[in-house]
Ligand binder design. Structure first.
Ligand code: URA
Length: 229
């Protein structure tokens, strides 16, 4: 990796700032000052900036309990973003794996590994997502077959793929979907004349939200959890 990129990736500074730091003779490789941005950093070399070691960190995989009223975006002028709850050095490189609505809570995955997130969000993979929905109108047995048969969503040509509706009580259900269309769960309930009042994602693939995480908290995934996808 080029030295300017190495400095930028390990400190979070821009490439331009990294170049300035190099020009000020603040960076050494194996004890020797290096100023050339294009220099390749040898494997295993000890890179220091003002006598502090710079170390590349591996890919980041986080699970968050997304709270209400925050958006899954890197910047937003109107709402708090989910990244204001994240405290890691490489925060500018992270993205959310798919999105939850402003008023949806629950399991949200965050990473800087584009291939990993693609494996979860690609329509081809048909990754399972389980949502807990609280609705305004009573749920009835026929809703189960309507979800299983596929629903016509407003403005879309293709009906939804078969989904499992597990009725928990008159106004609560679990919805198992294998797609990720825009506002999918809310629009599915709208298609049967119901209205989602509260929505919470419990599971993605076979990964469930850690019950120890309060809304707004996140934790690093274990290697086993990362390998689920
Ligand atoms: N479906 C929705 O309608 N909203 C979400 O946030 C996720 C799935």
């Amino acid at each position: 990796m080029r030295l300017d990129r190495f400095v930028s990736e390990t400190t979070g500074m821009s490439r331009k700032e990294a170049t300035k730091v190099l020009q000020s003779a603040e960076v050494t490789i194996d004890g020797v000052v290096q100023k050339k941005a294009a220099l390749q950093v040898p494997d295993g070399a000890k890179v220091m900036w003002n006598n502090e070691p710079l170390e590349l960190i591996g890919p980041t995989y986080l699970m968050m309990h997304k709270p209400l009223d925050c958006v899954c975006a890197n910047h937003d002028s109107r709402h708090r973003t989910i990244f204001t709850y994240v405290d890691v050095p490489n925060i500018n490189k992270l993205h959310t794996v798919g999105r939850l609505d402003l008023d949806t809570t629950g399991l949200l995955l965050i990473t800087d590994d584009g291939q990993w997130s693609h494996r979860i969000t690609s329509p081809k993979q048909q990754c399972l997502k389980i949502y807990h929905a609280w609705v305004s109108e009573p749920l009835i047995e026929e809703n189960i077959s309507a979800f299983a048969a596929g629903l016509e969503l407003t403005g879309e040509d293709k009906p939804t793929a078969p989904a499992l509706l597990e009725i928990l009580n008159e106004r609560e259900a679990l919805v198992h979907v294998h797609e990720g269309r825009y506002h999918q769960v809310r629009r599915m309930f709208a298609a049967i004349g119901n209205n989602v009042e509260k929505l919470h994602r419990e599971q993605v693939g076979s990964l469930t939200l850690d019950a120890d995480l309060a809304p707004g908290e996140c934790r690093v995934l274990t290697a086993e959890e990362v390998a689920l996808f």
